[in-house]
Design a protein around this ligand. Structure first.
Ligand SMILES: Cc1cc2nc3c(=O)[nH]c(=O)nc-3n(C[C@H](O)[C@H](O)[C@H](O)COP(=O)(O)OP(=O)(O)OC[C@H]3O[C@@H](n4cnc5c(N)ncnc54)[C@H](O)[C@@H]3O)c2cc1C
Length: 409
């Protein structure tokens, strides 16, 4: 079947690849990527846990994103189950981990997943232009790219921009596209780290003896936000799955020029009463670690962040086990974060992710200012947004074809 219309997709990450895949069924698709390979950040994601999505129900899935409502339609139109069915159709079976995270079946590497997606795109006729950096676009839908061969300008009916956030710039997602948008009067918001580590001014003793040690099965609190899991002590502070969900709250406190305090419960399975009962049997501080079953790292943190009176009183010590306050200095830099907030101000977008100022240009993925925790929610949103914008283009194209055929009668 002849493809009637031309679409440019710029950015070869998950959001762009998904848009290209959907669009390529009916339209001619040209995918531009400034790096020599698409999907560099996707590959990096795969080096860690590689949570492709999450088994959360549609309602639960939607509730994990901020600002609330912005991604509802996109996520409902392409939820976790549909994503997994799509992956399976490409030959990538997935399974649910105990935490609800969804991974590719054991033995399937990130490069294999990426290869299946790009292979399918090529089979569907998508033409790749690698090492092509978007430099500008105009109201005539002309897009100019810079490549090692020189400048290339291409005109299109529609474009999907999926230029990514600003973390891990070595993958290509450097956030430098914001200048191009600002020059056109499209509002952008400075990038900030999300799902990132915390800087804490540890004393030398903590750095020297405890950097690299995990705190397992803990609960962390910042104000009324609570997170469970593991945190890793590093030279600079804390990292880990229990830390990341608290970053939005910490970011808010820092933006008010206040000092965020992270509170650790080292023994969430024990009630305060149980710990106080154990404290009754203690005669000297040397017994703490045995009686309360605390490792040397937990003991060191409690000693560092308490006063002598509290530390030497077994009853007061038991309170510290459940609620130790540690001030947070700042967040780790954008470059190191798993994801970023900021980028394109979502006020600039119509509900179908097209730009109000350029209605035939759609913007999807992490380049827009939304947030979500780790656990597969980031990739899911990228794929859902790409899918949804592509559907919106196909709908507009169908309406246009019907209008044209009515006009010609
Ligand atoms: C270490 C790490 C681990 C992660 N782990 C997970 C995980 O397990 N699960 C999960 O859900 N998410 C994870 N993520 C997040 C996830 O990888 C991102 O949210 C996702 O890749 C964003 O997709 P995107 O398509 O919006 O943008 P990107 O993947 O960032 O792609 C944007 C693309 O646009 C290109 N580009 C930028 N500017 C231009 C230009 N001017 N011209 C042409 N091309 C341009 C870039 O080179 C890039 O290839 C992880 C991220 C990191 C850094």
């Amino acid at each position: 079947m002849k493809k009637s219309g031309k679409v440019l997709v710029v950015g070869g990450g998950p959001a762009g690849m998904m848009a290209a895949w959907v669009l390529s069924e009916h339209l001619e698709v040209f995918l531009f990527e400034k790096e020599k390979m698409p999907g560099q950040k996707f590959l990096l994601a795969g080096k860690g846990g590689f949570n492709l999505t999450n088994k959360a129900s549609r309602k639960d899935l939607i509730s994990r994103y901020t600002p609330s409502g912005f991604l509802n339609e996109a996520l409902s139109n392409f939820d976790g189950l549909m994503f997994r069915e799509w992956l399976l159709s490409l030959g990538i079976p997935t399974y649910e981990g105990s935490s609800g995270r969804v991974f590719p079946e054991k033995g399937i590497t990130p490069a294999h997943v990426l290869g299946k997606i790009t292979g399918s795109l090529k089979a569907r006729g998508v033409q790749f232009f690698l090492k092509h950096k978007l430099e500008s676009f105009n109201n005539n839908m002309e897009f100019s790219f810079l490549s090692p061969q020189g400048k290339l300008t291409m005109k299109a009916d529609y474009a999907v921009l999926a230029l990514g956030g600003a973390s891990w710039p070595s993958t290509g997602s450097d956030g430098k596209w914001t200048k191009l948008f600002r020059d056109k009067g499209i509002s952008t918001i400075p990038f900030q780290p999300s799902n990132c580590g915390l800087n804490i001014n540890w004393p030398d003793s903590v750095k020297q003896y405890h950097a690299g040690k995990p705190l397992k099965n803990i609960v962390l609190r910042v104000n009324d936000k609570v997170s469970r899991g593991e945190a890793l002590i590093t030279e600079y502070g804390l990292e880990g799955n229990a830390v990341y969900p608290l970053v939005p709250e910490i970011r808010t406190i820092l933006s008010m020029n206040e000092v965020p305090v992270i509170r650790i419960d080292f023994k969430p399975v024990n009630t305060m009463e149980q710990l106080k009962g154990k404290a009754d049997s203690i005669l000297k501080t040397a017994d703490y670690s045995t009686v309360f079953n605390l490792n040397s790292t937990s003991m060191a943190l409690i000693k560092t962040y308490s006063d002598k009176e509290s530390y030497t009183s077994p009853q007061r010590f038991s309170y510290l086990i459940k609620d130790l306050s540690i001030p947070v200095a700042s967040l780790r830099p954008v470059e190191e974060a798993i994801s970023t907030v900021g980028g394109l101000n979502i006020e600039e977008l119509n509900p179908d992710f097209s730009l109000k100022k350029f209605p035939s240009v759609f913007c999807v993925g992490e380049m827009a200012d939304w947030d979500a925790p780790t656990g597969g929610f980031l990739l899911q949103a990228g794929f859902s947004m790409g899918y949804y914008a592509a559907q919106a283009i196909l709908k507009r194209k169908t309406i246009q074809l019907i209008d044209n055929s009515v006009a010609s009668k």
